[in-house]
Design a protein around this ligand. Structure first.
Ligand code: TXE
Length: 487
C-alpha cells in the first residue's frame, strides 16, 4: 500500500492522524494519507508567516521568485506522467485527461513565473508641491488555498502561481478525497528550491483541518474552490481573521443550441461539455437548452454519441468515461435522476448503474421539458445532461439565466448578431460561443451569483494577491514649520 506524507516548513512528516484512500475504479483501499489536525495546521501557518517576513523568500527579488516558478513549471512538465497516474488512481479521473491537464498545468506556472516581475506599483501626479506619492504592491500575506478533489493540481496551480508571483506564502489544503497528486507535488516544490515555509501542503477533513485553517488568525486571504455550502462556512470563518476571500464554486451551466447552429459540431462540444471528467467539472454544460424545431434531431445525435462512449478503467488510455470519485457522489446522482424520472422526465439514454465494482455511472441524458425536475437545478457533478427546449430567443435567455449559479455557458449559433446579444444577456462569468471548455492561464475565470467571486487566471489574479501601500515622500529641504506658530 502506498503511504503519503504532508509537507510543512520544508520537511515531510506523517501528520497527526492517518486515513485510507480508496481507488474509485475498484472501491478498494490503495493508499494511506496523512491527516492534518489543528496542531499541524498551526505549524504550517506559523511556518508560512515566518517565511513571509524573514529569511530568503522575504529578501528575494521578484525576478528570483519568477525563476523558482519556472523551475517548478519544468519539474511539473517532467513529472507530468507520474502525477497524472497518481491523480487517476486516487480520483478515478481518466488518464488521457489527467495527463493532458497536468502537462498544461506547467504552462500556468510558466505564465505566473513570467508575471512575477511585471507586477508594478504606480506613481501618482499628486496635487501638492514638493511631494512624491507612489504605490507599492506588496504580498497580501499568508494564503490558505483550499481545493476539492477534482483536478487538484490544476485548481491549486491557479492559486499557487499568482500568489507566489506576488510574493505570498501559502498553506495548501488538498481534498481528503484523492489528495495523492498534490501531496506528491510537494516533492517538486522542495526540489525547485522554494525556501522552507513558503509552500506547505497538507490534507485533512473539513471541521478539523479546513475550519482550523480558515479561522487561523494569521491567514490574510482564503482562496477556495468547492461547493457553495462549504463556501458559506468558509466565509463565516473568515470573520474570525477578517481575511479576504476568493470563491470558485459550482455551476449548472446552460448550453444553448439554436436551430441555425452546426449541429454536429455542437453535439461534439456538448458531449465533451458534460461527459468529460465523468461530468465532475465545475463548468459542466449540464443544462442543454435547445431550439424546439431541432430538439429531436439533436437528441438523436447525442444519444448515438453517448452510447458509443468507451467506459472502462481510468488507467487505460482508450477509456473515455471512468468512475466517479466517491460512492457518495454516485448516490446523489442516482437519487436525483430517479426523482426526476418519477416527476415525469424522459430517459433518452443511460440512467442505470452498472453492477460492476467501482463508482461507475453511465453517460445519461434526460429530457426534462415541461417537467419540474430536480436534475435541472441540482449540481450533480456527474455525467448527467438535463434537456429543456425553447421557441424564441427571449425564452432561451430566460431558461439560461434560470439558475442560482453563473459560472459558465455556451451558445451555438451561426447568427453573429444573435451571438453578441446572447453574450450580453447571459449572466455567467464565462460565455463560450461555438466552443466549450476552453481555458488558458491568460484568461480570467470565475463565476457570478452562487458560483462565487474573484477571478483565477490572467494578470488580475496576481494583483488579487497583493495589497497596496501608499508612500508619501516630502522632497523639500525646507524645514517643516512649527504648526502652532501663526504666520
Ligand atoms: O467539496 P467541498 P466536495 C461542488 C460540486 C460537488 C460539491 C462537493 O457540486 O458535488 O461541490 O464537492 C474543504 N472549512 N464543487 O465535497 O465539500 C474540503 O475538505 C474549510 C464545485 O469536494 O466543498 C475540501 O478540501 N474547508 C467545484 C474542500 O473544502 C472545508 C469543484 C472542498 O470541499 C470545510 C468541486 C470547512 N468547514 C466541487 N469543509 C468547482 N467549482 O470546481 C470542507 N472543507
Amino acid at each position: 500500500m502506498r503511504r503519503f506524507q504532508q509537507y510543512i516548513d520544508g520537511a515531510f512528516d506523517d501528520g497527526s492522524g492517518r486515513f485510507d484512500s480508496i481507488d474509485p475504479a475498484t472501491g478498494a483501499v490503495w493508499a494511506e494519507m496523512p491527516e492534518a489536525r489543528e496542531v499541524d495546521v498551526d505549524r504550517a501557518v506559523t511556518a508560512a508567516e515566518r517565511a513571509l517576513w524573514s529569511g530568503p523568500w522575504a529578501a528575494m527579488t521578484a525576478t528570483q521568485r519568477g525563476k523558482l516558478l519556472y523551475r517548478l513549471a519544468d519539474l511539473v512538465a517532467a513529472n507530468a506522467q507520474e502525477l497524472a497516474e497518481l491523480e487517476t488512481r486516487d480520483t478515478g479521473k481518466i488518464i488521457r485527461e489527467t495527463s493532458a491537464q497536468i502537462a498544461y498545468v506547467a504552462d500556468y506556472y510558466r505564465y505566473y513565473a513570467g508575471l512575477a516581475d511585471k507586477i508594478e506599483g504606480a506613481y501618482l501626479p499628486i496635487d501638492k508641491a514638493d511631494m512624491d506619492v507612489w504605490l507599492r504592491r506588496e504580498p497580501v500575506g499568508v494564503v490558505a488555498a483550499i481545493v476539492p478533489w477534482n483536478s487538484q493540481l490544476f485548481l491549486s496551480a491557479v492559486k499557487l502561481g499568482p500568489a507566489l508571483a506576488a510574493g505570498c506564502t501559502l498553506v495548501v489544503k488538498a481534498s481528503e478525497d484523492g489528495p495523492a497528486p498534490l501531496l506528491a507535488f510537494a516533492r517538486l516544490v522542495q526540489e525547485a528550491g522554494f525556501p522552507a515555509g513558503v509552500v506547505n501542503i497538507l490534507t485533512g477533513f473539513g471541521p478539523a483541518c479546513g475550519s482550523a485553517l480558515t479561522c487561523h488568525p494569521k491567514i490574510a486571504h482564503i482562496a477556495f474552490t468547492g461547493g457553495p455550502g462549504t463556501a458559506a462556512a468558509v466565509v463565516r470563518n473568515s470573520a474570525e481573521n477578517l481575511a479576504s476571500t476568493s470563491l470558485e464554486l459550482g455551476g449548472k451551466s446552460p448550453f444553448v443550441v439554436f436551430a441555425d447552429a452546426d449541429l454536429e459540431s455542437a453535439a461534439n462540444a456538448q458531449v465533451s461539455g458534460i461527459f468529460a471528467a465523468t461530468g465532475q467539472s465545475c463548468v459542466a454544460g449540464s443544462r442543454l437548452i435547445v431550439e424546439a424545431s431541432i430538439k429531436e434531431r439533436f437528441l438523436a445525435i447525442l444519444k448515438s454519441r453517448a452510447e458509443a462512449i468507451r467506459i472502462g478503467s481510468p488507467l487505460d488510455m482508450a477509456t473515455e468515461v471512468g468512475p466517479l470519485c466517491t460512492s457518495r457522489q454516485r448516490a446523489l446522482i442516482e437519487t436525483v435522476v430517479e426523482a426526476s424520472l418519477k416527476a415525469g422526465a424522459r430517459l433518452v439514454t443511460g440512467g442505470a448503474t452498472p453492477g460492476t465494482s467501482g463508482f461507475y455511472y453511465p453517460p445519461t441524458v434526460i429530457d426534462c421539458d415541461g417537467v419540474s425536475a430536480a436534475s435541472v437545478e441540482t449540481e450533480l457533478f456527474g455525467p448527467v445532461l438535463s434537456v429543456l427546449s425553447f421557441e424564441t430567443e427571449e425564452e432561451a435567455v430566460r431558461l439560461a439565466n434560470d439558475t442560482r449559479f453563473g459560472l459558465a455557458s455556451g451558445v451555438f449559433t451561426t447568427n453573429l448578431a444573435r451571438a453578441h446579444r446572447m453574450v450580453k444577456r447571459i449572466r455567467a462569468g464565462v460565455v463560450w460561443v461555438n466552443t466549450y471548455r476552453a481555458v488558458s492561464p491568460i484568461a480570467p475565470f470565475g463565476g457570478f451569483g452562487q458560483s462565487g467571486h474573484g477571478r483565477e487566471g490572467g494578470l488580475a489574479a496576481a494583483l488579487d494577491y497583493t495589497r497596496t501601500k501608499t508612500v508619501w515622500v516630502r522632497t523639500s529641504d525646507d524645514p517643516i514649520p512649527d504648526p502652532f506658530v501663526m504666520r
